[in-house]
Design a protein around this ligand. Sequence first.
Ligand code: ADP
Length: 775
Amino acid sequence: KTADVPGVPSAFVDQLHEQGIEELYPPQAEAVEAGVTDGQSLVASVPTASGKTLVAQLAMLSAVQRGGKALYIVPLRALASEKKAEFEAFEAFGVSVGVTTGNYESDGGWLAEKDIVVATSEKVDSLVRNGAPWLADLTCVVADEVHLIDDRNRGPTLEVTLAKLRQTNPGLQVVALSATVGNAEDIAEWLDAELVDSDWRPIELRKGVHYGQALHFENDSKREVPVRNGEKQTAGLVRDTLSEGGSTLVFVNSRRNAEASARRLGDVVEPFLDSETKETLADLADEIRGVSDAETSDDLADAVAKGAAFHHAGLAREHRQLVEDAFRERKLKVVSATPTLAAGVNTPSRRVVVRDWRRYDGTGMQPLSVLEVHQMMGRAGRPGRDPYGEAVLLANSHEDIEELQERYVDAEPEDVRSKLAVEPAMRTHVLATIASGFARTREGLLSFLEQTLYASQSTEEGRLERVADSVVDYLVQNGFVERDGDELAATNVGYTVSMLYLDPMSAATIIDGLESIAGASEPTTEFEAEETTAGFQTFTRSDEDGVADDGDGEAPAAADAGVEKPTPLGLYQLLSRTPDMYELYLKSGDREEYTEVFYEREAELLGPAPTEYEEDRFEDWLSALKTARMLEDWADEVDEDRITERYDVGPGDLRGKVETAEWLLGATERIAGELDLPGPVTVGVREAKKRVQDGVREELLELVSVREVGRKRARRLYDAGIEDREALRTVDKSVVLAALGDRPKTAETIMQNAGREDPSVEGVDPASEVVADGD
Ligand code: ADP
């Protein structure tokens, strides 16, 4: 009984009752028995949607009740807001909740007041690097989806963060929530935690394989699910679910497939919709079109109008949110998704179809892991709403049925293995560990690394030491760390790089590139570039906020003679060469095109270029150039849909690259200041940053700083002769009105935002001589 849970506020128990939660699920009861409400560390390895969150809530609330403070670590930003919303109900009985995601640099001082803080692992890592003092008050830490420690990209951050928090807060309670994995006991041992390892689910999950006209279940039973002539299996399954009033989630292996599948399935769903639902969906489609003017936006809206949608990481964040909400509210009957949706976002569905169980990994089609497929399957069935959940794999042949059953239906999930030894991870985390003073000697570094899962899993004698030593060597060679006997200390630049959250290799690339401008009066050879890199250790921090000045960057003339301002393209290409920016692929035909661009614009590129004979490096250089051209197009005001078409990317990809470029240019600006580079370098960096941030040419920078003025409106205003904020205040209102396509509300808001005293346009007619441009 929930009423029997010791140590949590009774008001919380009341809240649970209101939600209809009367009794603990068996794994939850096991967790309480294991002492999760008494500060005992715990690993809960249970299936998706089996109530892990409540285990975490019990742990956090009991910790707060004892006067402590709790941190809930989520793997995705989207989940941070979802969890915060969930925990906000605690404020009714005086437990305060805060969430922190973006802005890597601040120490989030205001969070010191909160009883419970929700954050992504990246954010927590950066709080640790910034030495946020309130971290010392933590008594309970929850790690959600802890099996992601196995993820090459994000796993190491979570692993290192947990190790650091445990080292600084002796006695810290760690509650790790995991999908069912092969080796939950390893994780428990690493964390000195009790283990709840269970297969229990609140709603029956039937797993099966569809082939021909039938669904074959685990227990050898069969059910007819007809597929019409010329139709795909998924269509038959979706129709079958609809006829029982349920919804279907379809997992596919690529964005393109998700979109194509949604388009086709819309035609299957449409006949099932009543007129009221159709109206609701039409409104939703309009809302989706309003988010962005890219083609994907239209495609999504078209599918949504028919009750189907696609979901993948190329979508704009607002789009993803709208789709998730509408599916949860059952307005949408089908969502075709890439596996991103399986990770965490709470979107249960009557039936889950795992259509593609192979994925292209750069070399060939590889089968998905059992763990991933089980997580997708676990999204089937909403307790209390569906009688059961059904997860279906698709077979192409009779033999396939058995293979799929063995591979996924009957199989145990894989083990979780630490990925800390992956190079960029080690570089980044070793530098951070030294820079934040966590380790001041080689011994200190090693004894910290001993606390990681990696150490507890590596059996090879001396491996950890070898890896650590080679990484420290790299950091010393590149001037990020100074070694004095056994002592290790970060240099100023090393410290800055760690605070900026850059991969040290990115920083080294950026520094080489910037110094090649500064030293450009002589031809740069690779050898010299190396020398300069080593030389910057002698630079000292010039002036704390020398770069923060955002005046218009008048450069002190004398020292800068002969140094040319880098162009945006040159800087974008430099950033695109770093491991922190995912480059665009070179497709067939691209190589020729960008080789040409390369020779045309070679002078703008920073640092020594590889020759055409160094195949791989040259290819990489061209990919970076292609990525840079896309950013340049954006900063040259090319339309979003033209760009997505030209580079064959989704609007979400474009925005992602733009955001990364903004962040890296901000970091570049700081590094340039740290290295005391000539003024024109900093000015060039700042300009390139502002332009990519707003997607405009230089002359529009002032206009876009007015709220509600985006790149398109700014261009129209400018073309109508309104070149700055001042003009918005003084020019004849009819001109503004005409430039904005005769939209009185918009015109008024914008003039008001520009500080115009009387922005009203009542009775004003748009000026006739101004012709607003087409769209
Ligand atoms: P997980 O984190 O394991 O994926 P959740 O914590 O999101 O799963 O739980 C899934 C759903 O089950 C939630 O809607 C939650 O409110 C509900 N739930 C959790 N515990 C109980 C319980 N003891 N009784 C009834 N419903 C519960």
